[in-house]
Design a protein around this ligand. Structure first.
Ligand code: B12
Ligand code: SF4
Length: 378
């Protein structure tokens, strides 16, 4: 169930002044930029075919599409039995031919590019190809971990457009300085679940200059802690910081289904689940990009065990439905399983005892937690 505050506005703004321009129908693709120059993933590496970070960013938009709701409900993500075909996880620039084919078949007017730090050069190459094939009219939106870490507020309570800091590696800053080409129309730092949905809704409204329209009408009250940078307009918008209601967010498994099967789970189908207690870790090791002071504190821990249980249940249901001859498994993407909280782990245990599920799951703990919390983890 989506919260009413997640509603997508459909009508053109009365202040548009360009209402004669017809509304747009969103044709979107989403790409995880590659981290390598050449090659393909090593078979023995621990990895996954799913761009889960990108799925997390797009889950509300995709969920609206599947429910036939708002602008996304009329997009190319709606009425499809294969939502995933609009998503691409790239490993190296050798995969650029796959992106080229996707551009040629989908002819997107919006491309969402997710990039981790290692993937930024790859994101630039992808954006160059998009401009070459699709021209200037396709909206290119960049987001993901690298942007989160390079465009930020020093004080999360001082949520002013003027208070945004750009690290020297900020793509917005690099574009303004001319160090990288002016490829990205919109650069998003932070929690993008509702924001991606809203940007699509604004993009679909009648306007001749969609980027300007989005910059002018983006509502700071869209939930989530986010910063949106519009480098070509030299504008930045900072959210009011209204917390996301994590219990109400659609999950990745519910929205995107399951296609992976991790060897370690011995032939079972594997979903990616996430307790949504925040994108980072409870610790603060100074070399790590998951550290608490970069990613923020724990959120909504009280219902975290319930959120995981719910996703385990969705996993079992999805596997039973789509892979009747297979069993279910899940990998918990939390930096630390349920943030290592004994109360949250107990909640999950209780739910699993009350209503057991045939599922094997994996997750991460730190070694000190395994030593100190052996009993509860067992
Ligand atoms: C799942 C995962 C993967 C998956 C899926 C990756 C993908 N592209 O989707 C796999 C296993 C494939 C993977 C691979 C890699 N990963 Co990884 N991965 C994670 C993990 C465990 C969870 C990600 C997640 O869903 N988090 C929860 C969501 C809610 O947070 P989020 O990811 O930050 O996403 C939010 C925002 O960033 C934003 N957002 C994300 N993407 C986008 C895209 C757009 C367009 C927009 C607008 C917004 C947006 O919206 C999301 C929702 O709010 C994190 C660690 C962690 N706990 O976060 C590491 C992590 C993100 N990975 C990391 C790294 C380094 C990599 C690799 C480069 C490793 C390597 N050397 O090969 C590759 C890159 C692969 C690629 N081409 O993208 C680092 C990134 C550090 C950094 N500064 O960039 C992390 C933080 C782990 C770490 N500390 O080392 N990874
Ligand atoms: S415990 Fe691990 S994940 Fe957490 S901050 Fe330290 S190195 Fe990063």
């Amino acid at each position: 169930m989506l919260d009413p505050t997640m509603k997508v506005r459909r009508s053109a703004s009365p202040h548009d002044g360009v209402a004669s321009h017809p509304p747009r129908s969103i044709r979107a693709i989403a790409v995880s930029a590659p981290e390598c120059i050449t090659g393909s993933k090593a078979r023995k590496a621990l990895n996954s075919p799913d761009p889960v970070s990108l799925f997390n960013a797009c889950r509300c938009a995709a969920n609206s599409a599947l429910q036939g709701y708002g602008a996304w409900g009329e997009s190319n993500w709606a009425n499809t039995d294969n939502l995933r075909k609009h998503f691409l996880l790239m490993y190296s620039l050798d995969d650029i031919s796959v992106l080229k084919k996707l551009l040629q078949t989908e002819r997107p007017n919006m491309v969402l590019i997710g990039a981790m730090t290692l993937c930024i050069p790859g994101a630039i190459e992808c954006a160059k190809l998009i401009r070459k094939i699709m021209g200037r009219d396709t909206l290119i939106v960049l987001g993901g971990r690298h942007v989160n870490e390079t465009i930020f507020l020093n004080d999360e309570n001082q949520r002013l457009d003027s208070a945004v800091t750009h690290h020297p590696a900020s793509p917005g800053r690099l574009m303004r300085e001319g160090a990288i080409p002016p490829l990205f129309d919109i650069i998003i730092s932070g929690e993008a679940e509702l924001l991606v949905q809203e940007i699509g809704a604004l993009f679909a409204q009648p306007s001749q200059q969609p980027t300007l329209h989005i910059a002018n009408y983006l509502d700071r009250k869209i939930a989530g802690r986010w910063i949106v940078d519009f480098p070509a307009l030299n504008k930045t918008r900072v959210s009011a910081g209204i917390p996301l209601k994590r219990d109400q967010l659609p999950s990745v498994v519910e929205t995107f289904g399951i296609t992976a099967s991790f060897d370690v789970f011995r032939g079972r189908m594997t979903s990616h689940v996430f307790s949504d207690t925040g994108p980072g870790c409870v610790y603060d090791c100074n070399f790590c990009s998951e550290r608490r002071s970069v990613t923020g504190n724990i959120q909504e821990i009280k219902s975290a065990g319930w959120r995981l249980y719910k996703q385990f249940k969705e996993t079992v249901r999805t596997v039973t439905q789509h892979y009747p001859d297979k069993l279910a498994s899940a990998f918990v993407e939390d930096s630390i399983f349920l943030s290592g909280s004994p109360a949250a782990i107990n909640q999950l245990c209780l739910l699993l005892e009350q209503d057991p599920l045939d599922i094997i799951f994996g997750g991460q703990f730190t070694i000190d937690q395994i030593i100190n919390k052996k009993e509860i983890i067992r």
